[in-house]
Design a protein around this ligand. Structure first.
Ligand code: ARG
Length: 259
């Protein structure tokens, strides 16, 4: 995670970002600390990446890399405003004992567009990550990639429309995907939790699950019951200030998967 010490909305690279809307920085920091403390109280380890004053979107750490089995596929950002974040992440991993750290050839925005299930690497395309990043990730991780086409600019990253709950279980919002990708999701995940528009608009799919607890925006109230029915424990959080940059729980969290 990377604290929002320099978070602000001064440019707009997704429809959520409105530079004319003020951001309450102390509140953003408090909300971020609440998320971090929640991970800690659930027994997870949180590593912190040093924020840089010139990189206001750095709080969205999920975009900086994808880590599976201790191998690190770095990011390459679509927009110049965020480009330097990629090397900050790679350097962090190298400094922390990760030896297999790859600088990618093609644009990929890390876990923004890559989601890891037991069987697959789900990969978004359409707004940010290049379709060419999909075979690159498949080759690097040796995991089958399922390419998914995003069609609604409000759901510009896969992680704004789909979350992995555990194993091969996911929840997603069909409206974010092309008809063909919707059919692929229905075929791979017939028991998925299918979210409605209101919960998707609260960025309720921008969630992190440890296989038992699911941390998600508390405004996505429609997801709580269905999650409980499936045996998960929803943990609601208020990240209203970070929503102004177009992100929530998952965007602020890069998962380090040692295996
Ligand atoms: N303002 C950031 C951007 O548009 C938000 C990134 C959100 N991160 C995510 N994993 N969806 O790039």
């Amino acid at each position: 995670m990377c604290p929002p010490a320099h978070f602000r909305v001064t440019y707009s690279i997704n429809p959520w970002m409105d530079p004319s809307k003020p951001v309450d920085l102390p509140l953003a920091l408090a909300q971020w600390e609440d998320l971090r403390d929640r991970y800690l109280s659930l027994g997870h380890t949180v590593e912190v990446l040093e924020p840089r004053p010139d990189l206001p979107d750095m709080v969205y750490a999920a975009n900086g890399a994808t880590v599976v089995g201790g191998r690190v596929l770095g990011a390459r950002f679509a927009h110049a405003e965020r480009a330097p974040e990629a090397s900050a992440h790679r350097e962090w991993f190298r400094a922390h004992g990760f030896t297999d750290v790859r600088e990618p050839e093609h644009v990929n925005e890390g876990e923004g567009d890559f989601a890891v299930t037991d069987s697959w690497l789900l990969a978004g395309r359409g707004f940010r990550s290049s379709p060419l990043s999909h075979p690159e990730a498949q080759e690097f991780f040796g995991r089958p990639v399922i390419g998914l086409d995003l069609v609604d600019p409000r759901y510009y990253h896969l992680d704004t429309a789909l979350a992995v709950l555990g194993g091969d279980q996911v929840m997603y919002y069909p409206g974010a995907f092309s008809p063909g990708s919707r059919a692929v999701l229905a075929r791979l995940f017939p028991d998925a939790l299918v979210a409605g528009e209101e919960d998707a608009l609260a960025l309720g799919l921008n969630a992190v699950s440890d296989g038992h607890h699911v941390l998600l925006p508390q405004a996505a109230v429609g997801l709580f019951g269905p999650l409980r029915e499936r045996g998960y424990e929803p943990v609601g959080l208020d990240l209203s200030e970070l929503l102004k940059g177009g992100g929530s729980v998952k965007c602020c969290t890069l998962e380090i998967r040692p295996d």
